[in-house]
Write a protein that binds this ligand. Sequence first.
Ligand code: PLP
Length: 222
Amino acid sequence: MSIADNLTQLKKELPEHVTLVAVSKTKPVSDLMEAYHAGQRIFGENKIQEMTEKYEQMPDDIEWHMIGHVQRNKVKYMAGYVSLIHGVDSLKLLREIDKQASKHHRVISCLLQVHIAEEETKFGLDENEVMTLLNSEEVRNMRHIKITGLMGMATFTDNEAQIRKEFDTLSDLFRRIAQDNAGIKTLSMGMSGDYKTAIAAGSTMVRIGSSIFGARNYSIQK
Ligand SMILES: *Cc1c(COP(=O)(O)O)cnc(C)c1O
């Protein structure tokens, strides 16, 4: 199946209210352009340098999403164009995004990454930390960032029930904070292996790579 066929197939399966982020990390611009010509306009990357190189070579009507862990000293390279940063997990990072976005007279949308997986290695905040950031006077006064939702990654496992439980936990938190915060509207959860479970649990945005572009070959990366 071609990239265009994969996209068509996937879009048939996604409910109207679910946004598809095509995760194109490690893939060449030619693959992204194939998806672009098939109508895809939202791309997700996990490295700022790689995303910026692709941004410079591709059409202007694309929304670029940073889905990976963000190093503060690299925010400046994407502040001029990035439209959504999924992995925000600290006040210091929010401060830097706000500062860099102000230089471009932009407002950058951010999702708070919540730790829902069993694994220690995955980044993210716990519920208390999410509440503290949302209620912080300093954050509320930031004029160049907008917190628009939450993002999470389930444990990498075949145990469907566990994945569902983790997504339900995040979805429950999302609904509670959306009640008290008008701007909270995006719940980013679900990848190639678990997006159906994520959507059943209430996801509004899925980040899908290999089901569109095929398996990634990390050995050919620089
Ligand atoms: C790579 C990646 C994805 C997409 O993974 P696939 O399994 O290829 O769909 C989604 N989210 C994040 C944060 C990723 O790094």
